[in-house]
Design a protein around this ligand. Structure first.
Ligand SMILES: [Ca+2]
Length: 235
């Protein structure tokens, strides 16, 4: 039988949070993530807010919003992004160490500040390397795009789709940053991000660590109980 501590933690892990595994609400993001510069221009004048469950960068300015946690090893960062109009760049950050050392996805509506279309960039010491790109894939105003960025071992897989149709699906081998923070960025663009999920769930890592401790404690106490029970037979 499991110890009360293990039972309690199992209940917390299986039942507790009341939202999809890894989901992070817009209000949680606004409360905890950090406003930083645009990785493209270095300017930081975008205003970030939570509106109707979305994280909104507004108005037509530049900046980034970076998570308060880091993910290490295999992970998935997923959600939606949409631009209401204009033609500049919205995007995503991952493997973030600092504004000059990270990966980013830049999705342009026609402007060429990063380069045309959709581009996956590794910036190392301020120097950009394009890992994957599609110069013909520009966002359409008012269109909701689903994104998923995942690391599995040495591979990063980047998918952008609309209405269940994959528009960009690339896997690249790159291990420059195998841990780091995640986030959003905009260059001269209003954009909305929603349904954000990060797996493994950052808050869950602590709970799993506690479960590990409880299991270890349970194992440690088990031999003692058996020893006590066995004792009368030898008297
Ligand atoms: Ca603009």
């Amino acid at each position: 039988m499991r110890s009360p501590a293990v039972c309690f933690l199992t209940m917390v892990l299986l039942g507790g949070t009341g939202h999809a595994q890894g989901a992070i609400s817009a209000t949680e993001i606004l409360a905890n993530w950090t406003k930083m510069e645009s990785p493209i221009s270095g300017t930081n004048n975008s205003l970030w807010s939570a509106v109707a469950g979305l994280v909104v960068a507004d108005p037509d300015h530049s900046g980034s919003l970076i998570s308060d946690f880091s993910v290490a090893g295999d992970f998935t960062f997923a959600g939606t992004m949409e631009a209401p109009g204009d033609n500049d760049t919205m995007g995503l950050m991952f493997g973030f160490q600092d504004i000059h050392n990270h990966y980013r996805l830049s999705f342009s509506g026609g402007g060429t500040q990063e380069q045309a279309g959709l581009t996956v960039v590794r910036e190392l010491g301020g120097s950009d390397t394009y890992l994957a790109s599609d110069s013909g894939l520009t966002w359409v105003a008012g269109t909701l795009y689903d994104f998923s960025i995942a690391r599995e071992g040495n591979d990063l897989t980047i998918n952008v789709s609309h209405g269940g149709t994959s528009l960009f699906d690339r896997t690249v081998a790159n291990t420059t940053f195998t841990s780091g923070r995640v986030g959003f960025h905009v260059y001269g663009q209003t954009a909305e991000y929603g349904n954000i999920e990060v797996v493994p769930e950052p808050g869950g890592l602590f709970a799993w660590a506690l479960l590990g401790l409880a299991l270890a404690a349970g194992r440690a106490s088990f031999p003692r109980r058996r020893a006590r029970r066995a004792a009368p037979a030898t008297e």
